[in-house]
Design a protein around this ligand. Structure first.
Ligand code: PGA
Length: 249
C-alpha cells in the first residue's frame, strides 16, 4: 500500500497568537489537498487559537515539544495529556534545535516518544547529522544510533503509525538543501534500519520526511523520491509558499 505524504510546518519560536490566527487564514485555501496530510506544528501558546482557526479544514495541529511525565512539579513543561485535550494530534520530538540548545539526549527523547504514543499522539521523531559527521563519513552510523536509541521499547505497531523526519543539521535554516540523492539515501537507510529492528511491513508503513530548507522550488523533486514521504518545513511554513509545498505536484 502506498504511503500517504505528510507535509508539516515547524513554526519554531515564531508567530504570536494573533499572528498565528492570521497565518491560518492566509494559508486556509492554499493548503487544501486530498492527497497530503497537512500539519502545523506551532508554539505552545498558539495551540488553542490555531486548533480553533483550523476547525473544519484539512489541517491538523502539532506541538513542537512535550514532557514525558503525566503531571506534577515540572515548572514550564507541558504534558501529552494536555496536548491531546487541547486538540493536538502530532508532536515533534528531538528536533536538532532541542537536542543542541536544550541538551535533550536520546534517553530523554525515548521517554517522550513512548509517552506521546501512549497518549495517542503521533510523534514526528527528528534525526540528522552535523556537517562534521557528514564529512567524517559517519552519517548513517549516527542516524542509526539515534533511531535505535529513541525507539527502545516501542512496538512495531506503534512505529507503523509514526513519522520520522530526517533533517541534516547543516541544511536547517541555511538555504542549503541536501541534494535529492543525499536525502533519499539517508531516508532509505532509515527505512532499512527500521526493517532490521522490526520487519519489512513496519519499514514499509512508517512515514519518513525530509527537512532542511524545503522550499516551493525543491519540494517536488524531493517528495518524488521513493523513500521520502513528505517534508518538515521551517522557514517556508510561515508564508504562502507553504501551500505550494503541500501542492507540490
Ligand atoms: P528550515 O527548517 O525549513 O527552515 O530549514 C526545517 C526544520 O528545522 O524543521
Amino acid at each position: 500500500m502506498a504511503r500517504r505524504k505528510i507535509v508539516a510546518g515547524n513554526w519554531k519560536m515564531n508567530m504570536t497568537p494573533s499572528q498565528a490566527v492570521e497565518l491560518c487564514a492566509t494559508l486556509k485555501d492554499l493548503v487544501v489537498s486530498d492527497e497530503v496530510d497537512v500539519v502545523y506544528c506551532v508554539p505552545a501558546i498558539d495551540i488553542i487559537p490555531v486548533v480553533e482557526a483550523v476547525k473544519g479544514t484539512n489541517v491538523a495541529v502539532g506541538a513542537e515539544n512535550m514532557y514525558f511525565e503525566a503531571k506534577g512539579a515540572y515548572t514550564g513543561e507541558i504534558s501529552a495529556e494536555m496536548l491531546v485535550d487541547a486538540g493536538v494530534k502530532y508532536v515533534i520530538i528531538g528536533h536538532s534545535e532541542r537536542r543542541d540548545y536544550f541538551k535533550e539526549c536520546d534517553c530523554l527523547l525515548n521517554k517522550k516518544v513512548k509517552k506521546a504514543l501512549e497518549a495517542g499522539l503521533v510523534p514526528i521523531l527528528c534525526c540528522g547529522e552535523s556537517l562534521e559527521q557528514r564529512e567524517m563519513g559517519v552519517t548513517m552510523d549516527w542516524i542509526r544510533l539515534q533511531i535505535k536509541s529513541d525507539l527502545v521499547g516501542v512496538t512495531a505497531d506503534q512505529v507503523k503509525g509514526m513519522v520520522i523526519a530526517y533533517e541534516p543539521i547543516w541544511a536547517i535554516g541555511t538555504g542549503k538543501t541536501a541534494t535529492t540523492e543525499q536525502a533519499e539515501e539517508v531516508c532509505k537507510g532509515i527505512r532499512e534500519c527500521i526493517a532490521e529492528m522490526y520487519d519489512t511491513d513496519t519499514a514499509e508503513a512508517v512515514r519518513i520526511q525530509y527537512g532542511g530548507s524545503v522550499s516551493a522550488s525543491n519540494a517536488a523533486e524531493l517528495f518524488a523520491q521513493p523513500n521520502i514521504d513528505g517534508g518538515l518545513v521551517g522557514g517556508a511554513s510561515l508564508k504562502a509558499d507553504f501551500g505550494k509545498i503541500v501542492n507540490y505536484k
